[in-house]
Design a binder for this molecule. Sequence first.
Ligand SMILES: Nc1ncnc2c1ncn2[C@@H]1O[C@H](COP(=O)(O)OP(=O)(O)OP(=O)(O)O)[C@@H](O)[C@H]1O
Ligand SMILES: [Mg+2]
Length: 282
Amino acid sequence: MTQSVDERPASSTGPAPALEVRDGRKSFGAVHALRGVDITVRVGEVTALVGDNGAGKSTMIKCIAGIFPFDSGAVLVNGTKAHIHSPAEASAAGIEVVYQDLALCDNLDIVHNMFLGREMKKGLRLDETAMETKAADVLASLSVRTVRSIRQQVASLSGGQRQTVAIARAVLWNSKIVILDEPTAALGVAQTEQVLQLVRRLADAGLAVLLISHNMNDVFEVADSINVLYLGQTAAQVRTSDSTRAKIIELITSGAASTDEPPLSGRRTDAAATTTNGSNPA
Ligand SMILES: Nc1ncnc2c1ncn2[C@@H]1O[C@H](COP(=O)(O)OP(=O)(O)OP(=O)(O)O)[C@@H](O)[C@H]1O
Ligand SMILES: [Mg+2]
């Protein structure tokens, strides 16, 4: 990581963002997957991360989550530089990721899935009562009412309910920053709506939410801010209220918007010029 990054930008007012990445870069051999990414994720907000296939969204999330660290750049948590080199370090920094495959165990019930790998114990035995109470509390705090019983096997749940369990599991661990990778990709209309409402509630409950999505309807329904990746670079981060679908789609497909939209982060207005000169890393 570079050591020259200021802990707080001079222009900042109010609390530091929950999560920031500055000039993150990552290569896999000759493939430059990330060639300068910047993102700001604030408490109480949903920040959407969008971009075409191969733009680098998953790579960026994996770097933030410590699966593999950035080659260079800085990650700041609450304004302080964080050194995240493993998923455990990301967890310790309050960052939880809900991956698209969810990694739930079909043959276990909701409670056991929520505590998978971090079971509560009483002596040598599992503390079933404590886990059940905590799981019920978290689901209630998220106003999840669609599951019949928290002792139901996950195999019997719908896609939306499975997503809910995975999100609740992330929230259980005192996480401050929750990253969701395409949470509605496999869902129907009604389930998508339920999950989006849950995503909004997470932010309203004071978490910082980073939502990866291909779906402009989802993005414009729940996101406060939209960050666009183009060929491994941040094209812009804009307030949703200041933008339109057409502008975001233009940013996704060309790396630049033809109108004068001020980028929130203000750093990478030159993205189009630099990315069109570079080769597509995909
Ligand atoms: N482990 C890896 N080894 C080599 N190249 C990789 C690896 N992971 C990702 N890449 C490359 O990095 C680039 C970005 O990939 P990434 O998966 O981050 O894109 P994405 O934005 O998540 O795309 P999608 O929308 O299809 O999920 C692609 O060119 C991809 O081939
Ligand atoms: Mg991906």
